[in-house]
Design a protein around this ligand. Structure first.
Ligand code: ADP
Length: 254
């Protein structure tokens, strides 16, 4: 198996209305890497993420996950290794209770009741939400919903976590908790976000998108130091980067 866990080879994607949202995306993400995907609204980030687990299939080019080329035949296999967390938890949570939502994925994997239960407990513990297991997802706060939606994906035992705007619509405390939660995971991660502090704290590597193409792929520091690129992509450098001695700057060693 290639050490590249996720590979896009010249992926083009056209929506049914004919709009080309991906215009030849190539990228490689290696096991254990944490990679940010940044770019202005409409750059194609969500479209790219939807290709990582076959919710969208390339119009041309290929997506390879863990050495398996994504096709209609392999899509179910690939979905066991790519956990996609949607921006809006309401798109991820649909069962009457939290524990049923977290059990949903494992239940479709042919596991025993005991195995399902241990996955539910482990995933909810990982996001600090075991105490919510009997609650209705509809009655949770935004931050709790986000944690539980991450647990619904963790319970599948994915090799790579793909997150679309994990801190969008969260209040400052829930945002901070979500960043810290993600910082504790050792998973390979691809995170599309406008939250530049999250990028700085979590992701040593950043991909920048513009007009359906990757226009930069490098260390987060090099991307953030490229003022022209930031302006072209409608991005702002995080203010924390300007303040030496912040925990985020020290701990990342950058
Ligand atoms: P981002 O996540 O970076 O904001 P998207 O991937 O959502 O970008 O969108 C990329 C482009 O594709 C945008 O121009 C958007 O309007 C277009 N697009 C997104 N979804 C559809 C769709 N279902 N049909 C047609 N065009 C779409």
């Amino acid at each position: 198996m290639s050490h590249h866990y996720l590979r896009f080879n010249d992926v083009h994607y056209r929506y049914p209305n004919g709009f080309e949202a991906l215009g030849g995306v190539s990228l490689c993400i290696t096991h254990g890497e944490k990679v940010a995907l940044v770019g202005a609204n409409g750059a194609g980030k969500s479209t790219l993420l939807l290709h990582t687990n076959g919710l969208l299939m390339p119009s041309s080019g290929e997506v390879v996950v863990g050495g398996i080329t994504l096709t209609r035949k392999t899509v179910n296999l690939v979905r066991q290794s790519v956990g996609l967390v949607f921006q809006d938890p309401d798109n991820q949570l649909f069962m009457p209770t939290v524990e049923e939502d977290v059990a949903f994925g494992p239940s479709n994997m042919g596991l025993t009741a005991g195995e399902i239960e241990s996955r539910v407990v482990e995933a909810l513990e990982a996001v600090g939400a075991l105490g919510l297991r009997k609650q209705s997802p509809y009655h949770l706060s935004g931050g709790q919903k986000k944690s539980v939606s991450i647990a619904t994906v963790l319970s599948m035992g994915p090799s790579i976590l793909v997150l679309d705007e994990p801190t969008a619509n969260l209040d400052p405390r829930a945002r901070r908790q979500t960043i810290e939660l993600l910082g504790r995971f050792s998973h390979t991660m691809l995170v599309a976000t406008h939250d530049m502090e999250l990028v700085w704290e979590l992701c040593p590597r950043t991909l920048a998108m513009q007009g359906g193409r990757i226009v930069a792929d490098g260390t987060t520091r090099s991307v953030f130091n490229d003022t022209e690129l930031l302006e072209a992509c409608g991005l702002e450098r995080p203010c924390r980067m300007e303040q030496p001695g912040q925990r985020s700057c020290r701990s990342s060693g950058r």
